[in-house]
Design a binder for this molecule. Sequence first.
Ligand code: KG4
Ligand code: ZN
Length: 334
Amino acid sequence: MTILAIETSCDDTAAAVLIDGSVRSNIISSQAIHDLYGGIVPELASREHMRLIAQIVDTAISKAGVDLAAVDAIAVTHGPGLAGSLLVGSQYAKGLALALKIPVYPVHHIEAHLYSGYLEEPDLAYPSVSLVVSGGHTSIFRVDSPDSFTVLGSTTDDAAGEAFDKIAKMLGLGYPGGPAIDRHAAAGNRDAFAFPRGRIGEDSFDFSFSGLKTALRREVDRLTDTGEPLPINDLCASAQAAIVDVLVSKTMRAAAASAVPAVTISGGVSANTELRTRMADQCAVRGLTFVAPRMQYCVDNAAMIASVAAMRIASGAAAPSIHFSIEPKAIRTR
Ligand code: KG4
Ligand code: ZN
């Protein structure tokens, strides 16, 4: 079966082709225009999707070495995300499905992230625990089958990526902030500053990153008053350590509580060097299988959308619909 998938929920225009479960193309165009504004500008995002969508879909099709006529089904993100962005992808998908007389399947963006481990390792057994960490979401799931999962916990304020971005902004490191913090942290001391680990001692699997932001702001103000240059590397290493400690500790507790043999991570923040290393180490200590998909499956991408559609079509759980609506806030993840 050949599935063409489209993903335009935020600021990446993406299309992919999956043939009989294998990814044949996965094209992602990240919109650089937002960097000028220090964050995503929704109106600009939808305009960029409009400008790019046709060529990205064409590239995905030609890179896969197929013809549009060979496509059996279309899968598209219907939410959550920015309304204008979601509309561009879903209207394009519906139009194409009508023209080609093939079914179109709406896919939930976070569900696609949480199954990314299975896109990377199709033979990975169920159940598993999946940590989804991006600029918009931070949640832990127990994944029981291709059709069934449970949210164990979510952030109660900022997403982890949002915390990275806001901290980078305070330190004058630009947007997006995660990669810059990752780089500076490599040369810093993670114990230089004792930043709070939000809710780390609690039984719940919920997260909170707003206290860290406030603590960092206070520290930056105090250091600025001394007139000394800011110890950027140490601030980055200590802030990153605070975020990573909580993510790793809660994911390990969730894996133990659900007695699962495997842990997966996905979302843009899973690019973080310390997070990947610490997760791998802690899983190894506990004898857990750890799957950190290649980054092109972790960031916003359409291969993960195609993959969820394929799993659901195979299990009979997916219902095609040309009448679906976008759901910008969609199913709450907590
Ligand atoms: O999944 P993604 O590409 O987009 C969505 O938010 O859906 O994630 C982007 C987020 C940004 O907040 C960015 O700062 C963060 O992922 N990020 C990182 C790293 N690379 C990207 N955070 C920490 N360390 C990184 N190396
Ligand atoms: Zn995402």
